[in-house]
Write a protein that binds this ligand. Sequence first.
Ligand code: ZN
Length: 117
Amino acid sequence: MDEKCFVLGCTSGFDGSKEKFHFFYPKDVKTLYLWLNAIPQKDRKLDESLNSVCHKHFKETDIIKFKTLKSKDGPVIADLDRWILVDGAIPTLSKYDLCKLIQRIIEIAISIISIQY
Ligand SMILES: [Zn+2]
């Protein structure tokens, strides 16, 4: 599946990276709206069917990575192939994202200045 991260400056899903990413989609319109407010993105619009947000932008406590299976010897913890978000999880910009965002703003400011002079 061709999944790419919506967050500005994030390269998850781009450049043929070998790293394993988990992508999440807003589950309803209300969540979509909350996510859009949390991760401002001027160039693109977050779309339920097209864009997703990778696991890097969620708190560890907002992601369910394991499931408990019952076995005859008692419960067994197993990795989930596809991680699940807890209800109400909102992406947050990491320090890395903020650096990229500031870098981008500076680039835009420089390009505006060089047009004027
Ligand atoms: Zn990302």
